[in-house]
Design a protein around this ligand. Structure first.
Ligand code: AMP
Ligand code: GLY
Length: 423
């Protein structure tokens, strides 16, 4: 069987490594992938947003199943185009991917179907937004409507900062057209939980929960990043809370999308905040999270391809989706300076003993030599019978990876461990 995976980061590497456990798969193509996954997949120089070329490649190479992993091609309609060309694939169609593609859509959906989320107002006029901010509660949260590489959210601690955020999005267009319309919402507090789920539009099966670490530096200091490390499961996400989320958030969301004629199939990611008033949705993503996938998939005991196909075919209710009882940790190693200016092109050495546990995000092959080519270079992971063991092993594995200018957080999972001790 021939599989193609669209995307080129650590998440895609984790998906590819998991798929490879299925012995019926003869070849996996990564479009475009990255040099760090060359041993696991055949790299094809087609960009994640070049849908026309993806379809052509899939048809010409008689691809049996395609996995579209990143947000951009999903929101642009890659699944629709591939399906129309007769290629079976994993991921939501364009109509459903809007749940991530437009914050206004997702906020209005939650309001209409009583799904708990932060209070909000939508603005398409800068003047109206600025006027609203005169009296809005502070801190407040300003969000660009469209995709903004995960950076379209500004938490403003003062009224001045809130106004600056509005001007930067609506006047200076720092996020392009994504910021033409904005959402201003209530600032919520509480532990954050990521819950990825498989769904075929009828059944929703949550995966093991996880916790991201968004800030660049230890102690949750420094700038926001794409994620500096993850742990699974998330200790704040108890069985009781999971049950509540199923009843008040997960099932209502699947039903709401059906009612809107936007049936969602694929991986629906719930970004949750556990507030004093119960769990609330911070964001939906129409895809696997990065770097959440790097800790969730290693704990999946069922065959990933079988589960993915069940979401496409509508047979998830009859499909076993089993996760191990253990834990997994991922430490992201980045280039010094990330998320701002950083240097690339340094030789990257990954010890053979840990290669299985490393998911490469930013690297390229230069005359056969693997070199760094991105801010977040890779994620080093490991599993254990509990979080403490998984973290100890993951940090030990970090010692087998070297490249110049590397930096990583030393406190991934520290909060989670503390929460476990307090319980
Ligand atoms: P997002 O890109 O929507 O995931 O937002 C990025 C981060 O901003 C989230 O992971 C939260 O930490 C934070 N955030 C987003 N919305 C809110 C909110 N309403 N209240 C507090 N923090 C928020
Ligand atoms: N880790 C957050 C995301 O994938 O959007």
């Amino acid at each position: 069987m021939k599989i193609m995976v669209v995307g080129g980061g650590g998440r895609e590497h984790a998906i590819i490594k998991k798929l490879k456990e299925n012995k019926n798969i003869t070849e996996i193509f990564a479009l475009p992938g990255n040099g760090g996954m060359a041993e696991d997949a055949t790299l094809v120089n087609i960009g994640a947003k070049d849908i026309e070329a993806q379809v052509k490649f899939a048809v010409e190479n008689k691809i049996d199943y395609a996995v579209v992993a990143p947000d951009d091609p999903l929101v642009l309609g890659a699944v629709d185009a591939l399906t129309a060309a007769g290629i079976s694939c994993f991921g939501p169609n364009k109509a459903a991917a809007i749940i991530e593609g437009s914050k206004v859509f997702s906020k209005n959906l939650m309001k209409k179907y009583n799904i708990p989320t932060a209070q909000y107002e939508v603005f398409s006029s800068k003047e109206d937004a600025l006027k609203y901010l005169e009296t809005a509660p502070i801190p407040t949260v300003i969000k660009a409507d469209g995709l903004a590489l995960g950076k379209g959210v500004i938490i403003a601690e003062t009224r001045e900062a809130a106004k600056e955020a509005v001007i930067s999005m609506m006047e200076d267009k720092v996020f392009g057209d994504s910021g033409s319309t904005i959402v201003i919402e209530e600032f919520l507090t509480g532990p954050e939980v990521s819950v990825l789920s498989f769904t075929d539009g009828k059944t929703v099966i949550p995966m093991v929960s996880s916790q991201d670490h968004k800030r660049a530096l230890d102690g949750d200091k420094g700038l926001n990043t794409g994620g500096m490390g993850t742990v699974a499961p998330n200790p704040y996400y108890t069985d009781e809370i999971a049950k509540e989320c199923m009843e008040t958030i997960f099932i209502p969301t699947i039903n709401a999308m059906n009612s809107e004629n936007r049936t969602f199939k694929g991986c629906l990611y719930f970004g949750l905040m556990l507030t004093e008033k119960g769990p609330k949705v911070i964001e939906y993503n129409c895809r696997f999270g990065d770097p959440e996938t790097q800790v969730v998939l290693p704990l999946l005991e069922s065959d990933l391809l079988t589960v993915m196909k069940a979401t496409t075919n509508g047979t998830l209710a009859e499909t076993e989706v089993k996760f191990s009882k253990g834990a997994c940790a991922c430490v992201v190693m980045a280039s010094n300076g990330y998320p701002q200016k950083y240097e690339s092109g340094y030789e990257l050495k990954i010890g053979k003993d840990v290669a299985d546990k490393v998911y490469v995000a930013g690297a390229k092959l230069d005359n056969g030599v693997l070199k760094t080519a991105g801010g977040r270079v890779l994620g080093v992971t490991d599993t254990g019978c509990d979080l403490k063991e998984a973290l100890k092993k993951a940090y030990k594995n970090v010692e087998s990876v070297t490249f110049e200018n590397a930096f990583y957080r030393k406190d991934i999972g520290a909060k989670a461990l503390k929460a476990l001790e307090e319980n």
